[in-house]
Design a protein around this ligand. Structure first.
Ligand SMILES: [Zn+2]
Length: 281
C-alpha cells in the first residue's frame, strides 16, 4: 500500500503554523505528502518590517507563492496543489465582498475541485481544520472545514462528481487542534524566564480544545521544522515576533514536542488515544 497524507490549508503559511512537524515526520518515513492550499494569500499584508520594500509589495502574490514553495520543501511535502481561489481577508476586510474569493465561491464547485484531487492522490489520511475556530475566525478557515468534510464524503460516493475519477474512500480525517496545554506551557516558560508573555488571558481562554484531542504525534527530531518553515514566509512572519520566537529556541523546542489532532472521522478501528495518524491502517 502506497501511504499518502493530504493536508488542506487556507493560505500560504498555514501549512507551517499547523502540523508542520507531523507532516515532516511522515514525509521522512516515506509517506507521500500532498499540500492543498485553497487561496493565494492575496490579502495578506507585509507583516515583517524588514520586507517592507516596494519591489516586494508590487509582486506580493508571486513572493508568497515562492515562500510557500520553500516552506513546503522544508516540511517535506512532495506536491503542492493550489485549489485556485482568492484570499477572502478577515471578516471586516473589503475583499470579503468579492465574488471570486474562497469564502464566497459556490460550495459545490470548491468541493468538486477537492474531490478530483482526493481521487487522484488517494490519501488514507486527510488533515484539515475543525468546526470550532474561536482562536482564529477567518472566513477562509471556516470554508476549509466545510469544503474538506463535504469533499471527503463525496469522494467516496460514485454517484457524486463522476467526472472526477473513480471513488476514493479516505480512511481517517483529522482536525488540527490549538492545544491549551501547549500554549500554557509556552506562557509559563516566558514567566519562568522573566520575559513578557505574548499570550493574554483571552488567548489562553480561547484555546480550550484539549478535550477533543485524540491523537498526539511526537515530533522528536522534527522540532525545528515549524520554525524554519515559518521563517520561509519572510513577508508574513517577523523573525523578532515574540508570539512566534519570543523564547530562546533551545527552550522553545522542548516545550510540548508533539502535535495534537482530533480524529473526526474514521473507517478503520483504532484505539484512542493514539500517537500515529496511520494507526489501524
Ligand atoms: Zn490562514
Amino acid at each position: 500500500m502506497r501511504r499518502c497524507l493530504l493536508a488542506v490549508h487556507a493560505h500560504p503559511d498555514d501549512e507551517s503554523s499547523k502540523g508542520a512537524g507531523t507532516v515532516a515526520r511522515y514525509a521522512a518515513a516515506g509517506v507521500h505528502c500532498v499540500l492543498v492550499c485553497c487561496t493565494g494569500g492575496e490579502e495578506g499584508s507585509i507583516l515583517n518590517p524588514a520586507m517592507e520594500r516596494p519591489e516586494v509589495a508590487e509582486r506580493l502574490h508571486e513572493v508568497r507563492l515562492d515562500e510557500l514553495a520553500e516552506a513546503a520543501r522544508i516540511i517535506g511535502y512532495h506536491e503542492i496543489v493550489m485549489l485556485g481561489y482568492r484570499d477572502s481577508g478577515m471578516p471586516e476586510a473589503e475583499a470579503n465582498a468579492r465574488a471570486d474569493n474562497f469564502a464566497n465561491a459556490p460550495l459545490e464547485e470548491a468541493v468538486g475541485r477537492l474531490v478530483a484531487i482526493l481521487r487522484r492522490a488517494r490519501p488514507q489520511v486527510v488533515l484539515t481544520y475543525g468546526d470550532d475556530q474561536k482562536v482564529y475566525p477567518h472566513p477562509d478557515h471556516l470554508r476549509v472545514h466545510e469544503v474538506t468534510m463535504a469533499a471527503v464524503t463525496a469522494a467516496a460516493d460514485p454517484a457524486q462528481h463522476p467526472e472526477a475519477g473513480p471513488p476514493w474512500p479516505v480512511a481517517k480525517v483529522y482536525w488540527s487542534v490549538w492545544s491549551r496545554a501547549r500554549i500554557l506551557g509556552l506562557h509559563e516558560k516566558f514567566l519562568e524566564l522573566g520575559l513578557e508573555s505574548p499570550y493574554s488571558p483571552e488567548w489562553l481562554e480561547r484555546a480550550s480544545q484539549d478535550d477533543t484531542i485524540t491523537t498526539s504525534v511526537p515530533i522528536h527530531g522534527f522540532e525545528d521544522v515549524r520554525r524554519d518553515a515559518l521563517l520561509a514566509h519572510a513577508t508574513q512572519v517577523d523573525p523578532t515576533s515574540p508570539f512566534w520566537f519570543g523564547l530562546p529556541w533551545d527552550v522553545a523546542r522542548t516545550v510540548h514536542p508533539h502535535d495534537d489532532w482530533a480524529l473526526a472521522a474514521s473507517t478503520v478501528a483504532t484505539e484512542l488515544p493514539e500517537s500515529d495518524l496511520f494507526a489501524g491502517l
